[in-house]
Design a binder for this molecule. Structure first.
Ligand code: SF4
Length: 472
């Protein structure tokens, strides 16, 4: 049986969502929304969309491509209104086709509504089948349409109650923003797997975003992370909140701290850059680098961990690889051959820093192990005498079903090879991974009990699909 998740050959992220209700900023809303979603570009580079409303109708523009390729002065000027939701997408589920681009719009008993979604639900095939038997046709292959359909089909008196009803049916990870003609609504799943926070701009306008970096970009600050199962409404009266579904603990994706989120974001009160620096400090204790001349990161997500490792080890730090920021993350390439070639186009080693040295290269994680080997080759070609690799995360051993595209376990290098086999495969002189305990300590608080780490320890916070068996 081919399971629906077994489709990708690559390591991918998920999606970024943003919503803003700004009665008092009518002329600026599409522009503000643009900068809000632009700040979340790192979460998905396949497509993006903005939906706005002026209180009478919903306007929308969405396309494949990067945010700043899609939106122009002209098409932003054709998105009038006082509130907006936006989406930037990598397709964790649903094919990479134009009609799956979000936001999605539906005509409902609550009027026209638009929805943007981040995450991956585990029981949508069953819901699709059930609704199909009732004569409901789907326009897309996306999980998000299932949510939108459930909301549309509800007979509850308010859209918030319809959302709550839909939340009682779907299982898995979801963080969403919904636009009605009078409100922007944000909600997340009862375990809080995907991040979603409330922010406030200097003029008092409220916004909702996957990460707090979106608020800083438009002159705002994070107020708080939404609670698992919470529904927050922004309207002309300000902010209100109801518990859509009972909170079932807290299971925020720990990979947000490791790799996904921007370092200037703050997740559940923890600045991401500080968590990453502490991962490096923990690595220094667990996998010492005595006798090395230089520590350097694979930019960008390895930077803070490398700083922490270097400081705690008393070894000089330098940015010995320069990244060409105009070549986007390699995983947007459609096949492996192109992706490996993209490493050379994207990462430029500095020979003057590396030649004749015993160096330590720090990366955030090894998932499929396809890009780290070519990077080590570059470092050796630039004259490094020894290349020691330190990974600021434990071995990635289990597939993710909640929105990160790593659902075929055979593709995960740590499931197929021992640590020494991986070391030889990638061509490193030594290899050290951070322990799970070290990662929890680095994130801080009660991370062991408040974060999902299923891809590292196999403890899934939401039951995984019954037709997927993991052999340990
Ligand atoms: Fe994040 Fe891993 Fe959990 Fe997926 S399985 S939500 S990547 S921690």
């Amino acid at each position: 049986m081919v399971f629906r998740h077994q489709k990708s050959q690559e390591v991918n992220e998920e999606c970024g969502i943003f919503g803003i209700f700004a009665n008092n900023r009518t002329e600026e809303i599409s522009r503000t929304a643009f900068f809000g979603i632009f700040a979340l570009q790192h979460r998905g580079q396949e497509s993006a969309g903005i939906a706005t409303t002026n209180g009478h109708e919903i306007f929308m523009h969405r396309e494949q491509g990067l945010v700043n390729q899609i939106f122009t002065e002209k098409n932003l000027s054709e998105l009038p209104g006082h509130s907006a939701i936006c989406h930037t997408r990598y397709s964790a589920t649903g094919a990479s086709i134009k009609r799956n681009i979000q936001p999605m719009v539906a005509y409902t008993r609550y009027g026209e509504i638009a929805l943007a979604h981040n995450g991956d639900m585990v029981n949508t095939p069953e819901i699709r089948e059930l609704l199909g038997k009732k004569g409901i046709d789907f326009d897309t292959t996306s999980d998000s349409e299932v949510l939108l359909r459930l909301i549309s089909l509800s007979d509850k008196p308010t859209v918030q109650e319809a959302i709550s009803q839909a939340m009682s049916v779907v299982k898995g990870a979801y963080a969403c923003v919904v636009l009605t003609k009078n409100e922007v609504i944000g909600f997340k799943d009862p375990k809080g797997i995907r991040p979603l926070s409330l922010g406030r701009l200097e003029d008092g306008t409220f916004a909702i975003a996957s990460e707090s970096c979106a608020f800083s970009t438009i002159g705002g600050r994070v107020v708080r992370e939404l609670e698992p199962g919470e529904i927050v409404t922004l309207d002309k009266n300000g902010v209100s909140s109801v518990q859509g579904q009972k909170k079932q603990g807290n299971a925020l994706c720990i990979f947000e701290y490791v790799y996904i989120a921007r370092p200037d974001s703050n997740l559940n009160g923890v600045p991401v850059h500080l968590a990453r620096k502490r991962m490096g400090e923990e690595l220094a204790r667990e996998c010492p680098i005595d006798g090395c001349d230089l520590v350097f990161p694979i930019p960008n997500t390895g930077i803070q961990a490398a700083t922490g490792l270097a400081e705690a080890s008393g070894v000089p730090f330098a940015q010995a690889i320069v990244k060409n920021h105009y070549i986007h993350r390699t995983f947007i390439r459609p096949n492996q051959a192109m992706r490996e070639n993209a490493v050379k186009m994207k990462l430029i080693p500095l020979r003057e820093l590396l030649e004749g040295k015993k160096v330590v290269m720090v990366d955030d994680s090894i998932v499929r192990g396809t890009t780290i080997g070519p990077t080590i080759d570059l470092i050796r070609d630039a004259g490094a005498k020894e290349v020691h690799v330190r990974i600021a995360c434990p071995k990635y051993l289990f597939p993710c079903f909640y929105g990160i595209d790593t659902c075929n376990r055979d593709e995960l290098i740590a499931t197929r090879m021992s640590e020494d086999e991986i070391r030889r495969h990638i061509g490193a002189d030594s290899l050290g991974y951070l322990s799970l305990e070290g990662l929890f300590r680095a994130v801080g608080g009660d991370a062991e009990n408040t974060c999902c780490a299923a891809c590292l320890n196999g403890k899934y916070p939401v039951e995984i699909p019954s037709d997927y068996k993991i052999s340990k």
